[in-house]
Design a protein around this ligand. Structure first.
Ligand code: NI
Length: 254
């Protein structure tokens, strides 16, 4: 069994964990997992994230508004979320970004909420966790302008875009998608990615790696993602897991 898995992106507040959340988190922390960052998507899940951080010593939180929720978000919500950054175990602004695949919120509203949260992150000197789906060009333009520190999670861009992201000093989060059969772009990105800018993540309960696709994902599944990345990089799996845990702690100040 591997040890020291640090999952930089999960959603344990998700209702798919309602049945066995406590049992599962205890078994993860008693086993291969040494750290988790739970990401909020709106005010409600951000408050749930804070509650989880208070319960589990090795669980940290990111709070913020996901692009899907941008339209429903009020000024009051943003102010309440801003208060949560005072909590010691809230280590990032996230997840925030743009999603032009689903377009659940109008794009202008997504951009407005994304920018406002980037400004907050810079003000508070906090890293950001960025969601970019089919919005590479706008994401890159905004990141170049506001220059936050942080990670582009579940990176789905090309190797060329990865180079731009690296130039901005950002990290790249790689999850289960790299194990998928048709994963050409994520494999190319892993090939060119320097080890000191790589973060491991799940996006649990989603993005379950092969061989568990279709099942609920949890942080222990990072083992399969790490095996694939280590194979591409030609290195030892535990060594990769340790290096990525070190990267996560450096970025999030843990
Ligand atoms: Ni997510």
């Amino acid at each position: 069994m591997y040890r020291n898995i640090f999952d930089t992106h999960a959603h344990y507040d998700d209702r798919r964990f309602d049945e066995d959340r406590a049992e599962l988190l205890s078994s993860l922390f008693g086993g291969s997992v040494s750290g988790i960052i739970n990401c909020g998507c709106d005010l409600k899940s951000s408050l749930e994230t804070v509650a989880l951080t208070e319960k589990y010593p090795n669980l940290y939180g990111a709070v913020g508004v996901h692009p899907h929720e941008a339209e429903e978000t009020t000024q009051e919500d943003l102010e309440k979320i801003k208060e949560l950054y005072k909590k010691e175990k809230i280590v990032a602004v996230g997840e925030i970004g743009l999603d032009y695949f689903y377009d659940f919120s109008p794009r202008e509203k997504q951009i407005e909420i994304f920018r406002r949260q980037l400004v907050t992150a810079n003000e508070l000197n906090l890293p950001v966790i960025i969601h970019d789906r089919d919005a590479h060009e706008d994401t890159l333009t905004i990141l170049k302008e506001l220059k936050p520190k942080g990670v582009v999670h579940c990176f789905s861009g090309s190797a060329e875009m990865a180079r731009e992201i690296l130039k901005l000093g950002l990290y790249i989060g790689i999850g289960g998608a790299v194990t998928f059969k048709n994963a050409r772009k994520p494999v190319e990105v892993v090939e060119m990615l320097p080890l000191d800018r790589l973060l491991l993540e799940t996006d649990a309960p989603y993005m379950t790696p092969v061989p568990f696709r279709g099942k609920r994902c949890d942080s222990s599944h990072i083992a399969y993602t790490a095996e694939k990345i280590a194979e591409i990089k030609g290195m030892d799996v535990q060594e990769l897991i340790d290096k990525c845990a070190e990267n996560a702690k450096a970025l999030f100040g843990i």
